[in-house]
Design a protein around this ligand. Structure first.
Ligand SMILES: [Zn+2]
Length: 108
């Protein structure tokens, strides 16, 4: 099996990261502020709320058996940098956009 995750699993993980990360920053800065004589402290409630939202959304998706796959980031490399057509295997000048023989778009 390849490492394919569902959209909900990705949301769950990302949500947990934001939530716990934001919570840690909030607690840490709050502790520093109270120990240091009541200075201003940073409250990272934005990430916490955002993370919680993502976390719950992902959790609901996972629990409900949502199997929609997460979008895989594709590399934007030319299909044929050497000018060879992936469709008809004819040779074209390098970095040509369209195949001379069959007209296939070759840079995507
Ligand atoms: Zn071709």
């Amino acid at each position: 099996m390849s490492k394919v995750r569902t959209k909900s699993q990705v949301e769950l993980r990302r949500g947990a990261a934001w939530f716990f990360g934001g919570l840690a920053v909030t607690i840490l800065t709050y502790t520093f502020a109270t120990n240091g004589g009541g200075g201003p402290y940073m409250v990272a409630w934005g990430p916490v709320v955002f993370g919680l939202f993502l976390l719950l959304k992902g959790l609901i998706g996972v629990l409900s058996g949502d199997s929609e796959l997460a979008p895989v980031l594709e590399e934007r490399t030319p299909a044929s940098p050497d000018g060879k057509c992936p469709s008809c295997n004819s040779m074209n000048p390098p970095k040509r956009q369209y195949c001379q023989t069959c007209g296939r778009y070759m840079l995507a």
